[in-house]
Design a protein around this ligand. Structure first.
Ligand code: HEC
Length: 135
């Protein structure tokens, strides 16, 4: 009886730890955004922002997130300027996506400035992640 109980506790602990590992970068970031007053997050809104075009003040060119990442996030995209191939963004076909907080932050910063001409708000970043994590 005693060892049975021990097993149950061990399994429960294991599941809790595994759950945390799985929670990963997206959950951590969305928690941060919530702590900053954002949320709840909406995948449809993220998708809409993803395709929205914004005119670049300097070049007059129109940019959206699709400009480099492409129309189908399960396929590779191509950098608008350098022509460099960008691996698919959808986590379902690219397991490395959305797993590294530093990497996500770095590219949110650059890409939001490129497309929107400013940093994204915590709400916007949360919505983008909500959309992307389901792909
Ligand atoms: C000028 C080209 C360009 C545009 C426009 C662009 N991106 Fe990116 N993005 C990149 C590149 C280059 C990388 C890093 C290389 C890679 O991930 O393969 C990247 C990486 C990312 C990542 C990191 C994903 C990961 O691996 O975890 C996110 C998130 C992201 N972009 C979101 C956005 C969003 C949101 C927009 C629109 C606001 C956007 N991008 C527009 C070029 C672009």
């Amino acid at each position: 009886m005693k060892s049975q109980f021990g097993k149950v506790v061990a399994v429960a602990l294991f599941m809790a730890v595994a759950g945390q590992v799985q929670a990963g970068a997206v959950d951590t970031l969305q928690q941060e955004y919530k702590a900053a007053g954002a949320g709840p997050f909406n995948a449809a809104k993220g998708q809409q922002m993803w395709t929205e075009k914004h005119k670049d003040a300097e070049s007059g060119k129109e940019f959206s997130c699709q400009t480099c990442h492409g129309d189908d996030l399960k396929k590779s995209g191509k950098h608008e300027k350098t022509g460099k191939i960008i691996d698919p963004l959808a986590p379902s076909v690219n397991k490395e996506r959305l797993t590294d907080i530093k990497f996500i932050n770095k590219w949110f910063l650059r890409n939001c400035k490129q497309v929107l001409g400013r940093e994204c708000t915590p709400q916007e970043k949360g919505d983008f992640l909500e959309y992307l994590k389901g792909l």
